[in-house]
Each structure stands twice: as structure tokens, then as C-alpha cells.
Design a protein around this ligand. Structure first.
Ligand code: AMP
Length: 282
């Protein structure tokens, strides 16, 4: 595995690969790898001749009072893990190169970023789409792999790619969970033992939602009430949002008709966790 630090070298390697008709698979990340990240890399390995993973803690997707400074970082361990799953290139650019002092361009995807996390993190998705567009431009992937764990991010990137007629294929992969059901996240490392225990209520509430949906429940409010009751049974959980949305538009639904996503965000102490259930209506 080669580690690349500069944008120029990454661009040269990508265009060389394209020149020799290699398929480039790309996994963008912020590092501190866990099995969720590795599952995307394995899928990338399967789909591409060249697997490129980026590791960049993107400052523009963090709000002013969020955890950019404290975001967990461990380059040595990440590098080892990425190598073990067959990554060819680990691209780890510097923030100052990605965003030089005169940087002034950003990408804003409208409707799908308004609801859910867009409400509590109003500048987040603009940061995400801007950096993803930059990375696509530098890495020139044929296929890019994202996790359904960040479902609104996946939908937003897919929308951007469609709207801007970009030629990359964006693939979503299922959420990888700990043995007890907690969705893997680099931020789980912040949790105190009692918060870690209480965080399981997110998974439990989604399991309940799934059970109701599978039984054919059509009233979103009935599902919402059950989800809320489970989350509220844990005093350490402070709900940011719990919503049932159309899986494509991410607008709230009253009745379950097409595919839906039950999306949650909650604070455990200072740690904000998200999780979701995508229900594809049979
Ligand atoms: P991050 O490093 O948190 O920005 O995540 C990088 C990529 O990994 C994103 O596409 C995430 O959706 C994906 N990801 C994060 N956690 C998981 C998980 N538990 N299962 C599957 N994919 C994940």
C-alpha cells in the first residue's frame, strides 16, 4: 500500500490508472477505522482494479462547537488496517492543501439536506458535498462506496452526482454493528460505560420499528410513539430527532407506503450518535 500526501501525486496516479484502463474504486473516510469502514474497503476491493481510500478529517463538515479538534485519530493503526484489507493507495491530504487560504467555492444540495441532521447541523452537508466533490475530482473514481449508517449523507451524495451529471457510481453498504447491535462509529470511543449501555436503546427502538413495519403498520405516528418510548426509557439518552421519512426524498411521511427510513439522532452526554433503519416496502 502506498501512502499519498499530496493532491498532485494522487491526481497523477489516478490518471495513470485511468490511462491503463484500470477501474478505480474509492472509499472516502475520516479515519479511526472499524469494521464498518473495512466492509466498504472490502467491497471496493471486489469492485475495482485499484482501491483508493482517503483519510481526511474534513474541517468544513464540523460546526463551530462540534468535535473537530477531538475527533479520534490514529494514523498508524488505520494504515495497518487499510493495508490488511488490500487497499492500494491511502490518500491522506493536508487540510491546508485541500482548503488553501483563498478557497471560496462550495457545493450545496438543497432539499434532501434540509431535514434530519440538516436541521441540527445546518452547515454539515455543505462541508460533506464540497469535500466529496473535491475528492472525486482528485481521485477520479469509477465507483465510490459509502455506508448506509450515514443515510442522509449517502442520499445527498447520490443527489449531487445525479444533479451534476458526474460519472461516478455511488454504492451504499449496510450498517455494520457490534455484537449487541450498536452501530459501529468512530465516535463510540467517546462513550462512558453507562452511556455505551444506554446507547443500545437506539438499536432496540429500531428493532421495534422494524417489527411493526414488518407486521404492516402503516401509521408513522404509531411507530414514532413506540420508538420514542424506548428511547425515553433511558435517562442518559437525549433525543435530537426521531423521524420516519421517505427513503428517497427524506421528507417526513404520515403513512407508510413506499420505502422509508426510520432515522434517529441522540446525545449520550456530549456524544451525538445517529442510526437508522431502511425499510424497503415489499
Ligand atoms: P466516517 O469515517 O465516519 O466519515 O465514515 C466513512 C464511511 O464509512 C462513510 O461512508 C460512513 O457511512 C461509513 N460507515 C461509518 N460507520 C459505518 C458502519 N457502522 N457501517 C457501515 N459503514 C459505516
Amino acid at each position: 500500500m502506498k501512502t499519498v500526501r499530496t493532491i498532485k501525486e494522487m491526481k497523477d496516479l489516478s490518471s495513470q490508472a485511468r490511462g491503463t484502463r484500470k477501474t478505480i474504486a474509492f472509499v472516502p473516510t475520516m479515519g479511526f477505522f472499524h469494521e464498518g469502514h473495512l466492509s466498504l474497503m472490502r467491497e471496493g476491493r471486489r469492485r475495482g482494479d485499484l482501491l483508493i481510500v482517503s483519510l481526511f478529517v474534513n474541517p468544513t463538515q464540523f460546526g463551530p462547537h462540534e468535535d473537530f479538534k477531538n475527533y479520534p485519530r490514529d494514523f498508524e493503526s488505520d494504515s495497518k488496517m487499510a493495508k490488511e484489507v488490500g487497499t492500494d493507495i491511502l490518500f491522506a491530504p493536508e487540510a491546508g492543501d485541500m482548503y488553501p487560504p483563498d478557497h471560496q467555492t462550495s457545493v450545496h444540495v438543497e432539499k434532501v439536506t434540509e431535514n434530519l441532521c440538516g436541521k441540527s447541523r445546518p452547515t454539515h452537508f455543505k462541508g460533506v458535498t464540497t469535500v466529496v466533490l473535491m475528492l472525486f475530482e482528485i481521485v477520479e473514481p469509477h465507483v465510490a462506496i459509502f455506508g448506509e449508517k450515514d443515510y442522509q449523507q449517502l442520499v445527498t451524495v447520490q443527489q449531487m452526482v445525479r444533479d451534476l451529471h458526474m460519472s461516478v457510481e455511488v454504492i451504499g453498504m449496510p450498517t455494520v454493528r457490534e455484537a449487541d447491535g450498536l452501530a459501529m462509529s468512530s465516535r463510540n470511543t467517546y462513550l462512558l460505560p453507562e452511556e455505551r449501555k444506554a446507547a443500545l436503546s437506539l438499536y432496540r427502538s429500531l428493532q421495534k420499528a422494524k417489527e411493526l413495519l414488518q407486521k404492516g403498520e402503516q401509521k408513522a405516528d404509531r411507530i414514532f410513539q413506540e420508538v420514542k418510548t424506548i428511547l425515553q426509557s433511558e435517562p442518559l439518552v437525549r433525543i435530537d430527532y426521531a423521524q420516519i421519512c421517505d427513503a428517497k426524498t427524506l421528507q417526513d411521511v404520515d403513512r407508510i407506503e413506499g420505502d422509508v427510513v426510520v432515522a434517529l439522532a441522540a446525545y449520550l452526554g456530549k456524544t451525538r450518535l445517529i442510526d437508522n433503519l431502511v425499510f424497503r416496502n415489499p
